[in-house]
Design a protein around this ligand. Structure first.
Ligand code: ATP
Length: 330
């Protein structure tokens, strides 16, 4: 039996985690979930939002499914998400965005994979207040991180039969930092002549994505552009409720939806579990449980095609009702 770390998060996290656990169990796959709480709810008891036991559990189990965790603003804690990614060196953030059956969107045939660098850039958190009226935030781009994320994107393209990898930057303005990223991309792309390579400026990319997203295949981006662009691509396929993600490193992987903890709908049985479920399906493939992954994916797609949906994507089902429909379709 697989033992997998489950971080059930806060906000809507516990509701969607329960839904996904129920669906996986109903598929017939037994998983020993190593439940690890994190976020604002554990601060009072343990003093920090990301206790060491969570990191140890992921290191031991190698794989985790993570619901969104909120970091309290302005209380001096580093972001749980950023800390987790940095401590475990989960350098690649993978966000596939593909149209889902039954979910109406402006564009058809969207099939974009966003590969976001996960460890540096403006997320390094190197900020200082110069005086009352001025603050600095330092953007860090290194050769090591840029080369390995570009390599990851090309390797992903090969393994998944993709045609093209496109590097996204603002190297015309940030000539040194984004310039270095682009230099690394060019070097790595030369090692993969079988995959087309392309370069685009991030502003032009955004315009083209909303005009015709079918022009793009795999995108590779530094951290901050990756964050923003992957929310945009999530919007193209139906919004945050259906956007899956994964953070992958050399030793372990954490699968998590793109969305946050959505405190505005917490505890109302309204949350869409699809993004976490799709992340879990990818996780099952990662641990070589392909038949269960396919079985669950089929049931999800069938449910959506039948018009059963939560409110965020135009339906009227509660989280529990939607989960029950998927289980019936299993
Ligand atoms: P973060 O900064 O942690 O990314 P955020 O405040 O930017 O969080 P989310 O928490 O992702 O954003 O929520 C943005 C909006 O999308 C909210 O109105 C929320 O209700 C909605 N939303 C996010 N996830 C879901 C979901 N799974 N189901 C339904 N609605 C969702």
């Amino acid at each position: 039996m697989h033992t997998i770390t489950l971080i059930n998060g806060d906000g809507i996290g516990p509701e969607i985690s329960e839904s996904v656990q129920r669906i996986i169990k109903a598929s017939g796959l037994e998983i020993n979930w190593d439940l690890q709480t994190a976020g604002s709810d554990v601060i009072e008891k343990e003093g920090v939002p990301l206790p060491e036991r969570v990191i140890e559990s992921i290191k031991k189990n190698k794989v985790a499914l993570k619901a969104p965790v909120t970091t309290p603003i302005g209380k001096g804690f580093r972001s749980v998400n950023v800390q987790l990614r940095k401590t475990l060196d989960l350098y690649a953030n993978l966000r596939p965005c593909k149209n889902l059956p039954g979910v109406e969107t402006r564009f058809k045939d969207v099939d974009i994979v966003v590969v976001r660098e996960n460890t540096e850039d403006l997320y390094a958190g190197v900020e200082e207040k110069i005086d009352e009226d001025t603050a600095h935030s330092i953007k860090i781009i290194t050769r090591k991180a840029s080369e390995r994320i570009c390599k990851f994107a090309f390797e992903y393209a090969i393994k998944n039969n993709r045609q093209e990898v496109c590097a996204v930057s603002k190297a015309n303005i940030m000539k040194l930092s984004d310039g270095l990223f682009l230099e690394c991309f060019r070097k790595v792309s030369a090692e993969y002549p079988q995959i087309k390579s392309r370069e685009i400026l991030v502003d032009n990319l955004c315009m083209q994505l909303v005009q015709d997203p079918t022009r793009f295949d795999v995108l590779v981006l530094p951290n901050l552009y990756g964050d923003i662009v992957s929310d945009l691509t999530a919007g193209l396929i139906g919004g945050l409720g259906v956007a899956q993600g994964a953070n992958i490193g050399l030793d372990c992987a954490v699968f998590e939806p793109v969305h946050g903890s959505a405190p505005d709908i917490k505890g109302q049985n309204k949350a869409n579990p699809t993004a976490l479920l799709l992340s879990a399906i990818e996780m099952l493939k990662y641990i070589n449980e392909y038949s269960y992954a396919e079985k669950i994916e089929k049931a999800l797609f069938k449910t959506l095609s039948q018009g059963y949906k939560t409110a965020d994507i135009g339906g009227n089902l509660t989280t529990t009702e939607f989960t029950n429909k998927i289980i019936e379709n299993l």
